[in-house]
Design a protein around this ligand. Structure first.
Ligand code: PMP
Ligand code: GLN
Length: 398
């Protein structure tokens, strides 16, 4: 039997390896560490959604969903967009259900971007954008959110646009920094998208986790509804990251484009879970308010614990994550710290450098901590992190 000697992975995907999130969760599990790395909550979704999923299975919703998603979910997404964002979408022609926000992003980028098209992203950059752009053969152009404030430099955003720019990917609330873009920033971005005829692809998976201010979708800004693919998912809002039910709202031509590619990624799936998410989206304000309040108090618990321990930590405006500087813990390299801490301290985090090309001296010491965990786990995590000061890391400090 002959075996091929060719490297099986195409060149453009080499270097991606295993995602940093999987890697850090594996380390946390191997060492029984408190996992403040990968962003997933420990609790279950609302009981009404679990019951609805089980009921949907009993009711025979166990075969392929229609490619665009089951009608009750598309209708519920339409009601959600109108109720929270005053945006009207037609469930038949403008809303598509996907296998998580990740598939919506992939389907959209595969549909709208050609090889060598330039796509603007914010840096630190969520890994899936980079990987899918590499699959497409498009060119990722990164616009930095600079530490410590992680504010968007709109002049830099403007300057990054060229005649080859096809699209922008905007993630607000932002992973990993917690930056929430406000209406003025979004209006300026909108004006640039209109001026340069760009497609906007928004990643709004943390839309219900804005703690200071409100979430404003880019699609609600002047001239944007007709050029924006608004992407979100149920995972964070309803604590069901493993269900992978996401969606994309876009005008008919963009919807038709992304549905074309989406068919050949997964076609459609998770039929009973789609029915259950429809029930979740129609929940009363109390359900949405409760998840926001829960995570706000967890954010404060983590920030206050670290500050009480002598660390300088900013309070993120939204999302699941706090970033901190390991120099406050007597160390100097975030990546070395994250590889060392699960075994040595019993706590896992993710280095911010994993979201950045050519991490410089301001980024290298930064780590990301997920606060979507019970308060007792957060307290334990903080205590273990603070013990770092009396340990020597792989990097030989302190
Ligand atoms: N975008 C961002 C910014 C994320 O943090 C995540 C992780 N939840 C995703 C997309 C992926 O979402 P999903 O699990 O719905 O595919
Ligand atoms: N979005 C999650 C995070 O940032 C991870 C999702 C994943 O593991 N791909 O931690």
């Amino acid at each position: 039997m002959s075996t091929t000697t060719r490297t099986p992975l195409v060149a453009r995907m080499r270097g991606f390896g295993t995602t940093i999130f999987s890697e850090m969760t594996a380390l946390a599990q191997a060492h029984g560490a408190v996992n403040l790395g990968q962003g997933f909550p420990d609790e279950d979704p609302p009981a009404a959604m679990v019951d609805a999923a089980a009921q949907a299975m009993r009711d025979g919703h166990n075969q392929y969903a229609p490619g665009p998603g089951v009608p009750p979910l598309r209708q519920a997404i339409a009601r959600h967009q109108r109720r929270f964002h005053d945006l009207a979408y037609d469930p038949d022609d403008e809303i598509s259900v996907t296998f998580g926000a990740t598939e919506a992003l992939a389907a959209t980028l595969l549909a709208v971007c050609d090889r060598d098209d330039e796509v603007l992203v914010l840096e630190p950059t969520y890994d899936a954008y980079t990987a899918v752009l590499a699959l497409v053969g498009a060119v990722e152009v990164r616009v930095p959110l600079r530490a410590p404030a992680f504010a968007l430099d709109l002049d830099a955003f403007d300057a990054a646009i060229t005649p080859r720019t096809r699209a922008v990917i905007l993630n607000t609330p932002h992973n990993p920094t917690g930056t929430v873009l406000g209406p003025d920033e979004l209006d300026r971005i909108a004006a640039l998208c209109v001026e340069h005829d760009l497609v906007a692809i928004t990643d709004e998976v943390y839309e219900h986790l804005v703690f200071d201010g409100v979430h404003v979708p880019l699609a609600s800004r002047p001239g944007m509804r007709e050029r924006t693919v608004t992407i979100s998912s149920a995972g964070k809002t309803f604590s069901c990251t493993g269900w992978k039910v996401g969606w994309a709202c876009a005008p008919p031509a963009l919807t038709s484009a992304l549905r074309t590619t989406k068919q050949f990624l997964s076609f459609s799936g998770g039929t009973p879970l789609q029915h259950a998410v429809a029930v979740g989206l129609d929940a009363g304000d109390d359900v949405y308010d409760a998840v926001r309040a829960l995570h706000r108090s967890r954010r404060d618990r983590l920030v206050d614990g670290l500050v009480a321990g002598g660390c300088q930590v900013a309070r993120p405006a939204g999302g699941y994550f706090v970033t901190m500087d390991v120099r406050d813990l007597g160390h100097d390299d975030g990546e070395a710290f994250c590889r060392w801490a699960p075994e040595a301290l019993g706590v896992a985090a993710v280095p911010v450098s994993a979201f950045v090309h050519d991490a410089d001296a301001t980024v290298r010491p930064l780590i990301r901590l997920a606060f979507c965990k019970p308060e007792s786990r957060i307290d334990e995590g903080v205590e273990r992190l603070l013990r770092a000061r009396s340990h020597t890391s792989a990097g030989g400090r302190p």
